[in-house]
Design a protein around this ligand. Structure first.
Ligand code: SIN
Length: 283
């Protein structure tokens, strides 16, 4: 029997995200409902399913309603019993002992891949009492609000994306040795992309991955990227997700930046399951 009971879809902000209630993702979902959910994803960019209590295999089955799983580059965080699901935790440390907060700082996931994941999905397992929100900046809204001269200047520009940009303030955990060979050295993507499913244009920038803009001197490129980032992450374009127990949130990496906030009591655990879904080459 279908998982649908009494579905409600409620906006979470004026521009990004909807909350979905009345569905249990551990149960089968019929094709009409799956199509409705996929449409909501394309239209709203963030879906937050409340009150889910999924095991890792159940989460894997549920996300397949939206596409195929994208194997994450860094296998270091794979769950041993369900390796396509990874974890996000504030309890890991860099080799030098510093705490590692995954996802801090604005970024879009795995843009250093030739075909970056269209979506990332997190399911809250353990949350701190307060804080640890995830923020989302809508890059289509940002594009639409740019002045015509800047639009003309950047439309058609490309950027080189690498695993870890030498300009990034945020340092990533090193790749697991078995993962290094599979990760491209560098890929080139447009700075303005058109969403393959809703046809809207948006910025496609990533401060932790972009190394350079071909044909532009480094100081000019970095200044331009900083300006675009400041523009895109102004409060008018940001939805801030305050996690609740049982949330399963998925977002569209093709039109959003996101960042985790490491602003909570680190004596408390923040632990979520994470999986990504395959996407297309940005154009
Ligand atoms: C991520 O960047 O994938 C993680 C975001 C979060 O932990 O809130």
């Amino acid at each position: 029997m279908s998982a649908s009971v009494d579905l409600t879809i409620t906006p979470l902000s004026t521009h990004t995200g909807v909350e979905i209630r009345g569905i249990d993702l551990s149960r089968p979902v019929d094709p009409a409902l799956a199509a409705r959910l996929n449409r909501a994803f394309v239209d709203h960019a963030v879906l937050v399913f409340r009150d889910q209590h999924l095991t890792a295999p159940e989460m894997l089955a549920a996300v397949r309603l939206f596409g195929e799983v994208f194997p994450q580059h860094n296998t270091r965080f794979a769950l041993p019993d369900c390796p396509l699901i990874h974890y996000i935790s504030n309890q890991d440390r860099f080799p030098d002992g510093r705490r590692y907060i995954p996802g801090e700082g604005w970024h879009t996931d795995h843009s250093n891949d030739a075909m970056p994941p269209k979506a990332t999905v997190l399911h809250a397992v353990t949350l701190p009492d307060r804080g640890g929100d995830t923020e989302f900046a809508n890059l289509q809204q940002a594009w639409a609000a740019l002045d015509p001269a800047t639009r003309q200047r950047i439309d058609g520009l490309q950027a080189v994306h690498v695993y870890q940009s030498s300009h990034s303030a945020r340092k990533l955990m090193g790749l697991a040795p078995d993962a290094r060979a599979a990760v491209p050295a560098a890929v080139v993507h447009p700075i303005v992309r058109t969403h393959p499913e809703n046809g809207r244009k948006g910025l496609y920038i990533n401060p932790i991955r972009i190394e350079s803009i071909p044909g532009m001197e480094e100081p000019e490129a970095l200044a331009l990227l900083d300006t675009l980032l400041d523009h895109a992450t102004q409060p008018a374009f940001v939805y801030r997700h305050r996690w609740q127990a049982g949330d399963l949130a998925m977002w569209d990496n093709r039109c959003l930046l996101h960042k985790a906030n490491g602003d909570y009591d680190m004596a408390q655990t923040r632990y979520l399951y994470r999986v990504m879904l395959k996407g297309d080459a940005p154009v």
